[in-house]
Write a protein that binds this ligand. Sequence first.
Ligand code: ADP
Ligand code: MG
Length: 729
Amino acid sequence: MTRIRFMALEKSMDRQEKEVHFPSLKISDYYGSMTFNQTVMKEFLTEEAFSAVMRSIEKGERIDRKVANQVASAMKAWALNKGVTHYTHWFHPLTGETAEKHDAFINPVSSGRAIEGFQGSQLVQQEPDASSFPSGGIRSTFEARGYTAWDPTSPAFILDKTLCIPTIFVSYTGESLDYKTPLLKSVATLDDAATNICKYFNPEVNKVFTTLGWEQEYFLVDEALFMARPDMVLTGKTVFGHASAKDQQLSDHYFGTINSRAKAFMQELEIESHKLGIPLKTRHNEVAPSQFECAPVYEEVNVAVDHNQLLMHLLEKVARHHNFRVLLHEKPYAGINGSGKHNNWSLATDTGINLLSPGKTPEDNFRFVTFLSVILKGIYTYEELLRASIASEGNDLRLGANEAPPAIISAFLGKEITATLNEIEKMPGRKPLNGHNGKNVITDIPKIPEILLDNTDRNRTSPFAFTGNKFEFRAVGSSANTAKPMFVLNTIVAEQMNLFKEEVDILIKSGLKKEDAIFNVVRSYIKDSKPIRFEGNSYSQEWVDEAARRGLSNNRSTPDALPAFVSKSSIELFEKHNVLNRIELEARYDIKLEKYAKKIQIEGRVLGDLAINHIVPTAIHYQNRLIENVKGLKAVFDEKSFLKVSGNQLNTIRDISDHISSIIELVEAMTEARKKANAFESNYEKARLYHDEVMPFFNTIRKHIDKLELLVDDELWPLPKYRELLFIK
Ligand code: ADP
Ligand code: MG
């Protein structure tokens, strides 16, 4: 075994489970202790300042300078008490990660000493140099300034002795350069639109919140083994590796107990998360070996997105304490399940109603069916845009790979709700009706039959599944910043709600009763959006064919999917709702394409380097051993016996030669293809070429390498194998 692989394996086998230092308290005692939450604010702020902040959180009112100064000095006092030395604006630039620029609290004073200072102005706004963040050409290089501005709706928190203040990030000229700005705008537009619809049913509703509960999947791998795989270090995934004889076939990981090293990691992750107010609740093994999931209780979407970004950071950080690396890549290992991030999405009113929860009364169900049909219509109209919102090179490998939904967007509702909608569709006019379950549910006004919920009826193959009181958007990738699918979904739904209201109001004006008007539009929406509904197996080829007949898009790759983001209808949609303008959309589109091309480029380089510098020399080395052995056989056997005993080895020598020459040829051809792609100016062309002409080499090259892995003496193989990476001690 090569030294590096041997050392890595030895290290990983020697690991002792790390001890977790449990706070000697109940979770509720330390929960949120590292956040500047409402309780802390109440304690540190005057009543006036506290209500100003609350009005800003709840109604979006501006915070004036006086209040900002008070909040800043309260934050400072609170943070200094906890040993904090620095503060930072914490934001989500378009790299997809989070960014920070730390400043110490100190202000030098004339006596040669310093005092801790932190002003309202420093809380409210900062001017980080934006030039190293992607802007898609929005910002000219001579104007490098960007602004970060405080988002009071997401609590400030302490991480590594630094006070982190969630902010938006915009360019000097006002264009957004982050994920949070469009998310907040989408939340506002959806609030307005949904509140208007609520008023038809519950006039007392004044605000509608978007809620998100994410489920984060990830892999753990031992740090030493990770470090011995340059592909994992550089790309977060393996670019080759023969399947392990056993991986997930027996489902024994999913149903097994959690490995004790992994459990210690999870416990520490939970303690750290709870201190930061991330309401982690669930932890379990996932399908693939060393794959896991964690999920919090759902929250208002802006806070939930911040918490997911923070959690991904904590995963990486805590993993290192336990000598693990966490893999957030959507497809770190070929042939076994990849990782996703289900986005459970719903709408809640300020009066405590979940708008996606079927109610007990016909009136509640009428409201439920109304919201449901509006959402379905919106999803149907903008399915291609929704697909674009989750496009990334990693997610492309997962979608449609028989482990995750395909690249076709469809909605699953379950037997009972489907039956209800089908029934509504057939209803003529205003008549008492029988419920589909035979019960007589006379609903003269809201003509909606009783809705039964079937919790057993869960379709795991659907990308957008109704799960009882929320939709679960399952096609989101594990490494994604969920702000993107969320702001897209919010905007689509807000648009459809506005259109709905317009249609209903026209009918009311023409003399229809309100309930009839709503009912008529709901029924037409149910009819119109039928093609987006699919209850069957979304992994099947039949669905791919059927979806094509229905005219649904099936954009399998990122370069195929992204153009929908900047189509005429998308630009109109986002501009109308003031979420993003044309310039911002085109910039984002360009950044995405550029990132895609670069990622494929890096993967190609890594694969090429490893193939030529690690694999080919190893194969030659082993081949020489065989040749030596054959020579020896020739020396000791007579001609006839020699042919008999050396036949297999001669074949292996030939096979190895064939693989080696194929690898060398293919790597050369791949390099040529990269050159061709790089020659294009436009990021779209580049991404296209990388997808169409560079990526296909990845699989063909890896096939030869994986074959060699089976032929070459295990002792010589330079990189940890799947069977070593996948099973943690
Ligand atoms: P699973 O999908 O694994 O069966 P659950 O149905 O229990 O799991 O819940 C998954 C996620 O859905 C959790 O994060 C939970 O907080 C979230 N969730 C539950 N209700 C809502 C809601 N009204 N809005 C948003 N998310 C929700
Ligand atoms: Mg789920």
